[in-house]
Design a binder for this molecule. Structure first.
Ligand code: FE2
Ligand code: FE2
Length: 246
């Protein structure tokens, strides 16, 4: 496992070190501390290996960086302060670590693991509460947008569908999740100027996946996105290949 971790580390080094977050350590001190936290980084790597063994898509550093960037975009655009964004970024970084325990209920186990890490760093209880509440509510099976951080995390996480998340090197053995992720060549979220709506715009290359398949596997996620957007006072719109579908 150690060897595999080293390989993963190298592969992910670029995406970790080239983020704009590092230059802003003053703005997001807790997030920067967590990015360098050895324990947290081991759990992020190992949970992805466990998911890869189960045939899941990528949930490692690239995923948590996309989720962090989108969480920040949403909350910054809506005018939240740096402290709240710092907590949200920390939640984004740690949100999937519970997969190392088991995929089932990984949001709850991850929240407890995050509590241990943050408590050891003497993070104030009010801040830990915000973070573990968002982590514990990010999954479509039992998560509910109960705070602004949790709502932003849900939208950021569920919108990360992209070709590079496919970890299965053999297209012959792709499952429906691999097909759909592989088919997505572009995915972006955008809040309108009036701050009344958020759009998830996807481009699907239909040679690799059907739009119907996207709905088939992501309907629950899109309904949770709608609830999360509503919590933030936004309408949720899903646009695939320029066609509004929600
Ligand atoms: Fe998750
Ligand atoms: Fe995730």
């Amino acid at each position: 496992m150690k060897e595999k971790m080293e390989k993963e580390k190298k592969k992910n080094k670029k995406s970790i070190s080239t983020t704009s977050f590092e230059a802003e350590s003053g703005r997001f001190p807790l997030f920067n501390q967590i990015m360098d936290n050895k324990e947290a980084n081991v759990y992020i790597q190992c949970q992805n290996m466990a998911l890869q063994a189960l045939g899941f898509t990528e949930h490692a550093f690239a995923h948590v960086q996309v989720v962090a960037a989108r969480t920040r975009y949403i909350l910054e655009t809506l005018g939240e302060d740096d402290h709240l964004i710092d907590l949200a970024l920390t939640a984004a970084r740690l949100h999937d670590i519970g997969n190392i325990v088991n995929r089932v209920d990984h949001s709850q186990s991850g929240a407890i693991m995050a509590f241990q890490i943050l408590n050891k760093l003497s993070v104030p209880a009010e801040d830990i509460a915000e973070i573990i509440c968002a982590i514990g509510n990010h999954d479509e099976n039992n998560g509910v947008p109960v705070s602004r951080i949790s709502a932003a995390l849900i939208l950021a996480d569920k919108s990360d569908v992209r070709r590079s998340r496919v970890q299965n090197p053999d297209p012959e053995t792709f499952d429906i999740h691999d097909h759909v992720n592989y088919s997505v060549t572009k995915s972006e979220i955008k809040i309108n100027k009036e701050h009344s709506g958020i759009k998830l715009k996807l481009h699907i290359d239909t040679r690799y996946g059907e739009i119907g398949d996207y709905f088939n596997i992501f309907m629950d996620r899109m309904l949770l996105c709608k609830r999360a957007a509503n919590f933030l006072g936004l309408q949720f719109h899903l646009i695939i290949n320029e066609t509004p579908l929600m």
